[in-house]
Design a protein around this ligand. Sequence first.
Ligand code: CMP
Length: 141
Amino acid sequence: MSIEQTLSIIKPNAINKNVIGKIIDRLETGGLQVIAAKMVYLTKARAEEFYAIHRGKPFFNGLVSFMSSGPVLAMALYGENAIAKNRDIMGATNPANAAPHTIRADFADSIDENAVHGSDAPDTAKQEIAFFFNRNEIFIR
Ligand code: CMP
């Protein structure tokens, strides 16, 4: 068991569905604390930078245009095993494979518009949190 931080993004389709509160409730009920939060519009260039690891993949261009199609809510989450816990609460990347009652099972529209993003490992969590937040914007209680 280790105390971790991870990045969560509520994506434009979930923002459009007006389910920000429902998604945060699942994260908090699941044992995670929101220690930073910011609603931002990602330009295409910023979305490309965030998802640079996927550049060249067939879904890259669609992913970038979707992520810059409207505002997103970026959050840093904190808690025991926060990275894995967040991924469990989100469910599988493809909502067709997501376990019942996970965020993606309930709010995703497709693998491309899958409602939320979560960091997949400690090094990416660190990079992704730093992409959105300065140290003075993170509040650990
Ligand atoms: P996310 O966790 O934000 O990371 C990259 C995103 O690319 C992923 O969620 C999906 O929304 C999207 N995507 C589309 N097709 C695929 C795919 N075949 N494999 C992984 N991610 C995909």
